[in-house]
Design a protein. Sequence first.
Length: 464
Amino acid sequence: MQVKILPRSVLVGHERLAVRAQEVLRHNDMGGWTRAAPELYPHQWSWDSAFIAIGLAHLNTRRAARELESLFEHQWKTGKVPHIVFNPEAQPGSYFPGPDHWACAAASPEAPPAPPYTSCLCQPPVHAIAALRIWEVAERNGGEEAGAARAFLREIYPGLLLWHRYLLTYRDPEGSGLITIFHPWESGTDNSPRWDTPLAAVEVSDLAPYPRYDLQHVANPSQRPTDADYDRYLWLVKLIKKAGCNERSIYRTHPFLVKDVLFSAILVAANEALLTIAGLVGAQAEDRTLIADWIKRGRRGLGRCRNPELGLCLDHDLRAGRALRVHTVAGLVPLVAGGLRPWHLAILLEALRSSSFIGYPGLGRPLPPSTSPNDPGFDPRSYWRGPLWPVIDWLLWWALERAGENQLAERLRESSLEQIAEEGFAEYFEPFTGEPLGSKEQSWTAAVALDWLASGPRRKMLAA
Ligand code: DGY
């Protein structure tokens, strides 16, 4: 990747951090796409790539665009963007379940040409948000770059529209505005207590022994999901493959069907970005009406998931027919979906500031743990059961800025940057001590740091 030096305004006070973030992305760059992390995740992950594109935009808008284009080259005919595109050159035995495990997905009539193989799951749709970010940065830079970004938007728009259409049809046959996931991996928040109850109801039978390569790449296995979780993850994969990766069959027979509020809220925000893109590329009026309807449908759906007692939005287990009452950061996501009435915004801000999240006594920094320390499932060192995740903080920061809550947004941005500057580009962090956990040199952590560095109030003052 051709790396350019960030503008002076971005670097003031943060030169070293910006340079280190660039180095992480350069090291993980595989040409037209970026490994999520050098060891633990040697392939291209869908929502990682979208966040990575947001960061790359500040280094090289064309390379950022390429990140999304390369992912969308493996889009399924249904419109699904696969959660992993496997790197054929990754070391055998570096990641499980790898390309061999997923090879049969390529037999689906809807699958893209293989190799490279893809999984047949998907992940939260941050892509349209990333595409728009690339265009915004390129417009600011002007000249040929702006023209190239417009051409990129024209090229990627049909794929983005198809992707969102897939989610709002195959994954929402009920027309609820809420997206159904078939596997905790689709949520991107794998072992969150959000999934404990529906996962406990999954009965695993004949599962062949399998390796846990992931445990080799973390300092302590307790930072990753347990073996009991993994048995269920692999059992669900087995059932999905048995159903030929066909959504209608999966819907009929699958034991894990959950309406995911984080996924659904990101889709609303992504549809807002898509609506702007539709305007920029001169898409037909019907498209714009459709996308605007999707936004309304998503917000209505999320509104129905509100638990007044907790002040949070809850996932819904379709199989059991009930809301999943857990206290996690996902409960705050109507903030991400936006368009809130003042009373609802106030409730969510109060929940974010409360002793359930950033006001919890003893936190190292005012950043929300992924699971509230008040939740019985909280574990400060285990993946999505408590640690801080910079990408979640980025989503909340971005949402707060859009809601005009600049002071709180700035607090999140500064605290997150301090955290990363002190502890490095970890995948996640212990919320009381700030200890870096999980994978090191995680691409999306570097990417959101770059976006934060380029988005500070100082930069805005200089730009004004
Ligand atoms: C993993 O391997 O931990 C991923 O989250 C699955 O996509």
